[in-house]
Every structure is written in C-alpha cells, then in structure tokens.
Design a protein around this ligand. Sequence first.
Ligand SMILES: [Zn+2]
Ligand SMILES: [Zn+2]
Length: 250
Amino acid sequence: MVNNPANIFQPGNNWWHKALDILLPPRCVLCGLPSGSVGICGPCKLDLPWAGPQCCQCGLPLPAAQDQVCGQCIRNPPPYCRTVSPLQYCFPADQLVRAFKFHRQLAEGRVLSHLLCEYVIIKGFTQPDALIPVPLHYTRMIKRGFNQAFELGSYISRVLGIPQHSAGLRRRRNTKAQSGLSRQQRRSNLRGAFYWRGHQKPGRHVALIDDVMTTGATVSECARVLKKAGAQRVDVWVPTRAVPARLYRS
Ligand SMILES: [Zn+2]
Ligand SMILES: [Zn+2]
C-alpha cells in the first residue's frame, strides 16, 4: 500500500495537536520520558553521536576544524558540493533510522528531520532552491509502503520553507542491495539507475535528501543526473552519515 504523500508528519501547530500534547505529552523516542514537542529529551539529545569536525564535501570526520576538504575529495572530487549530516550513523542514531525506515516509526523520522533542520539553521548553511528526495524504485516503494527520503523531505520542507520536488528524479531499476559491495561494485551497480524526467530543470541549487549516506555512491549517481539535467550545485542533506571504523572518534 503506497502511502498518500500528504504528509504523515504533522508538527503540532493546530489547537487539537496542542490539546493532545497536554493530555498525552510526547515521549522521547529513546528513553520514553516526556520530551516536549520535538520528540527527544535534552539528555538523550546530548548523548547522540554528533558529528565533529568533518570534510565539508563528503561529511567524513577530519581531525581539524570544519570547512576543510579531505584528501580523498581533493584527489577525486565528488559531483556534490557539500554534505550536511549532523549525526554519525551509530548507536543510537542508527536505531532511530532503522525504526523509521523499516518499522515506519514516524516519531523517529520527525526527530531526525528536526535535528537536521536545527543543524542547518545553527550552522548557517546556504539553503537550496529545492529539496529532492532520493527516489525508491516502485517495487520497493510498494513493499515498504513509503519513501523515507520523501517523508524526511516533507518535514524539512515545511520547517525551512524550501519546496520539495519529488517527481523529477526517478529510479529506473531496482538495484541490488548495496551492503557488502565494494566502492567500485556499488558504483557499477548504480550506473544508469536514476534519470531525470521533469519537464523543468531541477533548480539551480538543490539538496538531495536521504536517511543515511554510506559510501556516497547513491547520492553521487543522483548528483550526476541532476547536474546533467541542469542543476549547477547539488548538496546532500542526510540526518546520519556512516563512518568507516578507522575514522570513528571515541
Ligand atoms: Zn530521552
Ligand atoms: Zn571529503
């Protein structure tokens, strides 16, 4: 069953949501204690695996200050300009992503979107003209019932007032699962998997939305397609970034 994209996240702006918040206060998605409208309490939020200094292009950790580019991105620049990812994909942020993606726990999705919006505002990142969710192939969409990237994008769109364009970027074929493949295999697995179908250009500056960035192969392929379709700058906005074990900070 494909979910009606008319937004399953509803921030509590209406009087009945506010009344409901008083009668049934929102609980923290991690500890279950009352949390305020955001869905995560202060101590649990502090304990999240926040990204430290990171490469401004690929989002991987760097030993020094921000706004630097890592050696890998200098040697082999990716087709996207900047990665915005507030959290490392490890406990308990990975649990939030999995609960949202595989068990459709919408409160977790809302928390992830909220943390991303907050991060964009606090860091003062340049905001794009449009948000573009990484598409799912329709067979996976039917199986999962929703596209997690679209749902994250819907919330971010409402909070930051940036339009989301979800119809133009399409997935041509259902690719094999990426996990367990090498970087090169991931890239060839994805080659030709996406295309642009919009009558209009994607926008001058767009941000791709997804739940997690792993090697970056998927967003790189999407960014190539968007640039070919006319985008001049593509950023990647993901609440979580997987970090290879060798780069984990304690
Ligand atoms: Zn908590
Ligand atoms: Zn980098």
